[in-house]
Design a protein around this ligand. Structure first.
Ligand SMILES: [Mg+2]
Length: 250
């Protein structure tokens, strides 16, 4: 599979959404920062330490299901909130309430700013499908379907494991490998026959612990070293690089 930059045993490609297919990782980072800074300011006063949308986002939030992101970041600041329930209003002082506040901001931003795809990714997906490989979208986002429809990309994926499906099937989210493993199973391939495409450190961890055949780190923010440290086999800035990679990865 040299023209795709993948080892020859690979039969399926599992793509993360935000930051890999669409330019929405920055929207999420901005919404998290707004949410957490308002929360911390109210709790700790003007001297609060703001959410770092690079370091804190990469380490504690990016790629994880929403509630896990809230819990993990707040724990890093020594804060523990009651879980609440997914139906909590966005002003509830619970893990789910804070998460819902963030989701409201994301949806607002997407509605006003729209969603942009990465053209290199769309070209790459079309190439792997033309080569007969199966494809899946694997995202923690509960808004995956809406986002895919907004860029008319729903038809590019043979299966979808997103926040909604993960909840239905009780699958733990990234950094656990379960959502990627479920996608491979849906496509009728083993983990060794599947490649994970991810921009988040939590996604790299999932790729490594799930023993996937190949893990491609997508570096949109200059964190190539961290992606390698978390298990990437190769790191690219744009998936189109794989189409032209001399000799590919095999
Ligand atoms: Mg991502």
């Amino acid at each position: 599979m040299k023209e795709l930059g993948l080892p020859p045993e690979i039969l399926a490609c599992l793509f993360d959404l935000d930051g890999v297919v669409t330019k929405t990782a920055v929207v999420h980072a901005a919404a998290w920062k707004e949410t957490f800074d308002a929360f911390l300011r109210e709790r700790e006063g003007a001297g609060y330490r703001p959410f770092d949308s690079a370091a804190d986002y990469d380490e504690y939030v990016d790629g994880r299901p929403r509630a896990d992101g809230v819990r993990t970041f707040l724990a890093s600041r020594g804060i523990e909130l009651p879980e609440g329930t997914p139906d909590d209003p966005p002003d509830a002082q619970t893990v789910n309430g804070v998460g819902n506040r963030k989701n409201q901001l994301v949806l607002e931003k997407i509605r006003t700013e729209g969603v942009q795809p990465y053209d290199g990714t769309l070209r790459y997906i079309e190439a792997v499908r033309a080569a007969g490989l199966k494809t899946a979208i694997v995202s923690s986002s509960a808004n995956t379907l809406d986002v895919l429809r907004s860029i008319d990309a729903e038809h590019l994926f043979d299966t979808r494991i997103d926040g909604v499906v993960a909840r239905e099937r009780a699958l733990p989210g990234k950094p656990h490998p379960d959502t990627f493993l479920a996608a491979a199973r849906d496509l009728g391939v083993t983990a060794e026959q599947a490649t994970v495409f991810e921009d988040a450190l939590a996604g790299m961890d999932a790729g490594r612990s799930g023993h996937f055949g190949y893990v491609v780190g997508v570096d949109r923010v200059g964190q190539s070293d961290a992606l390698y440290a978390h298990g990437a086999d190769v790191v690219v800035k744009d998936l189109a690089e794989l189409l032209t990679a001399p000799g590919g990865a095999a």
